[in-house]
Unconditional design. Structure first.
Length: 194
């Protein structure tokens, strides 16, 4: 089992505020490619290892979480800072109440990952942000970051087949509450180094 990679994950309703915070504290910023509408859970998500929790909590207006970042598939070409290539589907997870957080998280990590990697063939990178603690905001259990080489690939090549789409949907329903889990945010990633 790999060691934990702890980060703070902050959700914002305003992309400008999120970008300003990222410039100040560093980290990975995932910004919605669209103007935020009322159906999306957030406009931007910032993951950072900056140690000033009180400053981070005062900046994030949607939610603030301690997460364990699990890199399940890494991208070969990554820029050390600045905009990253491609697009990221950010899926916010609310655990299936019948399983609870811990069992759902284990299934997501150990059961769902092999399926996702075998079915999302065009996916270039995949990370799971498992929520360990919610400081403020909705009680979410995690964020799946599904990276593709382009927004077009994310929107049209997410599944390799209709059968694969069905298999993924059935598996997700085992560990996630699909009614309470917010809809996907299509985002671009920018890395900030301070």
């Amino acid at each position: 089992m790999q060691a934990m990679a702890l980060e703070f994950c902050l959700a914002f309703s305003n992309k400008d505020t999120a970008k300003h915070t990222a410039e100040m504290v560093g980290g990975r910023l995932y910004e919605d490619v669209n103007d935020r509408d009322l159906h999306n859970p957030f406009a931007a998500l910032l993951c950072t290892t900056h140690p000033d929790l009180s400053a981070l909590l005062s900046a994030a207006d949607v939610g603030a979480y301690l997460i364990d970042r699990r890199e399940m598939k890494t991208r070969d070409l990554v820029q050390p800072q600045g905009p990253q290539p491609g697009a990221v589907g950010v899926f916010t997870l609310v655990a299936n109440t019948d399983m609870g957080h811990d069992a759902a998280d284990r299934h997501w990590r150990d059961g769902h990952t092999p399926l996702a990697l075998s079915i999302h063939l065009a996916m270039s990178n995949y990370a799971q942000l498992s929520v360990l603690h919610c400081f403020a905001g909705p009680l979410w259990d995690g964020f799946a970051l599904c990276g593709f080489e382009s927004e077009q690939d994310l929107r049209t090549r997410f599944f390799a087949s209709r059968e694969g789409e069905k298999i993924i949907a059935e598996d997700v329903a085992k560990f996630a509450d699909t009614k309470l889990s917010p809809r996907r945010v299509v985002a671009v990633e920018t890395r900030f180094v301070i």
